[in-house]
Design a protein around this ligand. Structure first.
Ligand SMILES: Nc1ncnc2c1ncn2[C@@H]1O[C@H](COP(=O)(O)OP(=O)(O)OP(=O)(O)O)[C@@H](O)[C@H]1O
Ligand SMILES: [Mg+2]
Length: 150
C-alpha cells in the first residue's frame, strides 16, 4: 500500500496540489477524503476540478450532498457530512461505476459507497494555515497516480 504525505502552507498551495491530482485523474477513479471540519477537503476538491478543466466554481452549500461538474471527465462531488448514521441506499453508487471521477468528503459516513480500489486522502490541520495531506493508494492504479503526483 503506497502512502505519501505533503504539507501545504496556504489555500493557494492546496489548490495547486489539487490541480495536479485533477490532471492525473482518470475515468472511474474514486478519491475518499477524511479530516477535520474546515481542514481543506473542499479546497482540495476545487483544485481537482480545475485540473479536470471544470470552469464552474466548486462550492459546498449546506444541504447539497451531490454535485456534478463537467470537465475533461465528469466530477461527482459528494459531501457526506449530513449522512452520518443514515444507512440507506441513496442511489449514488451508480456514479462510482460511471466514466467520471468521484470525490467524497466525509467518506467514513458512507461505508456502502466505498469501492475495492480508491485513493484515500486524510487532511489534518496543523498550525496556522498549514495543512497535511496524507494519500494512501488502495489499488495499483492509485499507486501509479501517487508515483506521478510525488
Ligand atoms: N493550506 C490550506 N489548505 C486548504 N485550506 C486552507 C489552507 N489554509 C487556509 N485554508 C482555509 O481553510 C478553509 C478550508 O475550508 P474547506 O471548506 O476547504 O474545508 P473542508 O475540509 O471542506 O470543511 P468541511 O469539513 O466543512 O467540509 C478555507 O477557508 C481555506 O481558505
Ligand atoms: Mg467541505
Amino acid at each position: 500500500m503506497e502512502k505519501w504525505s505533503t504539507v501545504t502552507a496556504s489555500a493557494e498551495e492546496t489548490h495547486a496540489l489539487g490541480r495536479r491530482l485533477g490532471e492525473l485523474a482518470g475515468e472511474r477513479m474514486v478519491f475518499l477524503m477524511e479530516g477535520d471540519l474546515g481542514a481543506g477537503k473542499t479546497t482540495l476538491t476545487q483544485g481537482i476540478a480545475q485540473g479536470l478543466g471544470v470552469t464552474r466554481n466548486v462550492t459546498s452549500p449546506t444541504f447539497t450532498i451531490l454535485k456534478i461538474y463537467h470537465g475533461r471527465i465528469p466530477l461527482y462531488h459528494i459531501d457526506a457530512y449530513r449522512l452520518e448514521g443514515i444507512h440507506q441506499d441513496l442511489g449514488f453508487d451508480e456514479y462510482l461505476d460511471d466514466d467520471g471521477l468521484t470525490v467524497i468528503e466525509w467518506a467514513q459516513f458512507v461505508p456502502d459507497l466505498i469501492p475495492d480500489e480508491y485513493l484515500q486522502i486524510a487532511v489534518h490541520l496543523l498550525d496556522g494555515d498549514a495543512r497535511e495531506f496524507t494519500f494512501t493508494a488502495h489499488g495499483e492504479r492509485y499507486g501509479q497516480l501517487l508515483e506521478d503526483l510525488k
